[in-house]
Design a protein around this ligand. Structure first.
Ligand code: EPU
Length: 418
């Protein structure tokens, strides 16, 4: 196992290029199950989660090749419908194969994802939707089994806004008979990208990007060619906070300003200077960071995947900040680690009360999940002294070479064997 070491206190300056989005490419890979042929993608990030989804597709019978951002998925020989526990337990997003396998084979058997460091994360809405489309569902031996010789359209009202739930039901219904309407659908840009790609494959989906999505079933889909995966807005946001934290000046390239309104607004409120520039976003910060309040919400609200990184920024801000987590109310494992670095954070229900301190100091820390790892790397960059972050495999699930990218703009950061 590896750990990351950071020697803090360096001002970051320069340009960083954002990789393709993890949460966009995973559902796109699952969508390939609905086609028979060779699908190709570009700008695919080099991540453990992409490798896990590739392995999953290979177990199902697909041929997957990855080379320096180019991904090809040949589904001609895909002929299995069981997603095993060994893979699902390492990546919850594996559940995205449930819908397309049911649609393609009329049956599927997918290991039920268990608990998770960031919260309970049930999949009841995915299963409710599949039942509405006519699937029979059984949970046995830790697996969800579906049987549905032919899925029929229906109206699916989601009780909560769910990203992978909306994606799974889009993937289930594109080949079903008749019309499906998803109510209270998630509007995240990654859901929009999936809808657009499915339409390019030949699907008939309307209302993409809104909370009412209408899908008219078609008889087949064609493979997608050379689709460029959208940039990762969470990686971009992490770089923006790195700049603000170090009073730096970073141009974050290959990111979409229009997808990042909530974060940009909050960083401006906190005193950062943000400009749109040459297909990127420049973040400068000459002043003290001001404390601000944050509440995570479904898109276009403030993303839960930026909550931990923002908590790091608020830890050294001037004043008191209240961070309220409404998506995963227990997603606060990073708070305890930040406290070990000298941050003043109290948890009250689903809120964190953060009283800014003049500086945090380096300490040995442990990552608990993907975004928590990022918040510790950021804290290490801002800290006085040396920070060790162990269990760095969490980081490698969803950030493409974060340490090397940060090093290229001046951070003192490296890896060592644990
Ligand atoms: N929920 C239910 N029932 C369901 C589904 C969801 O109650 O059937 C609840 C969840 O427990 C949560 C809320 O609905 O309280 C929203 O969860 P959602 O389903 O939207 O989360 P997800 O689809 O499992 C995706 C991302 C997460 C991101 C969330 C929220 C992927 C692969 N994962 O998860 O990304 O935090 O949406 O935006 O897209 C990450 O990248 O670090 C990450 C955790």
């Amino acid at each position: 196992m590896e750990k990351i070491i950071v020697e803090g206190g360096k001002r970051l300056e320069g340009e960083l290029i954002v990789s393709g989005a993890k949460n966009a490419v995973l559902p796109l890979m699952a969508a390939c199950i609905l086609t028979e042929g060779v699908n190709t993608f570009t700008n695919v990030p080099d991540l453990a989660d992409v490798r896990t989804m590739s392995e999953m597709l290979e177990i199902l019978g697909a041929r997957v090749e990855y080379d320096n951002g180019d991904l090809s998925i040949d589904t001609k020989k895909l002929n299995k419908w069981v997603a095993p526990y060994e893979l699902v337990k390492t990546m919850r997003a594996s559940v995205l194969v449930l819908g397309p396998l049911t649609a393609r084979f009329g049956r599927a058997r997918v290991s039920l994802p268990g608990g998770c460091a960031i919260g309970e994360r049930p999949i009841d809405q995915h299963l409710k939707g599949l039942r509405i489309l006519g699937a029979e569902i059984e949970i046995e031996e830790g697996y969800v089994g579906t049987v549905a010789p032919k899925l029929q359209g229906g109206v699916i009202p989601f009780d909560v806004s769910t990203v992978t739930g909306t994606e799974n039901l889009m993937l289930s219904s594109v080949l079903s008979k008749g019309e499906t309407i998803l109510l209270n659908a998630a509007c995240e840009p990654e859901v929009t990208e999936l809808g657009q790609v499915l339409n390019e494959m030949g699907a008939d989906i309307k209302g993409i990007g809104t909370d009412i999505i209408t899908i008219n079933g078609v008889s087949s889909l064609s493979p997608i060619k050379d689709h460029e995966v959208m940039p990762d807005r969470i990686e971009a946001g992490t770089f923006m906070i790195a700049s603000a934290l170090t009073k730096g000046d970073i141009l974050v390239k290959n990111c979409r300003f229009e997808n990042m309104g909530a974060l940009i607004g909050k960083l401006i409120e906190a005193g950062a200077d943000i400009t749109r520039e040459n297909g990127g976003i420049r973040v400068k910060c000459g002043n003290e960071i001001k404390s601000i309040d944050i509440t995570t919400l479904p898109y276009p609200g403030f993303p839960t995947d930026m909550q931990a990184q923002m908590m790091t920024l608020m830890s050294i801000a001037d004043g008191l900040s209240i961070i309220t987590e409404t998506i995963f109310p227990q997603r606060f494992l990073h708070a305890g680690e930040l406290r070990r670095m000298g941050a003043d954070i109290k948890l009250v229900g689903n809120s964190a009360v953060v009283r800014g301190v003049p500086h945090v100091s380096g300490a040995p820390t442990m990552a608990s999940d993907l975004r928590a790892s990022a918040s510790l790397v950021l804290a290490g960059i801002a800290a006085e002294g040396k920070t060790d972050i162990s269990r760095v495999y969490h980081l490698d699930r969803g950030y493409d070479k974060l340490d090397r990218k940060l090093e290229s703009v001046g951070a003192r950061i490296w890896r060592e064997k644990e």
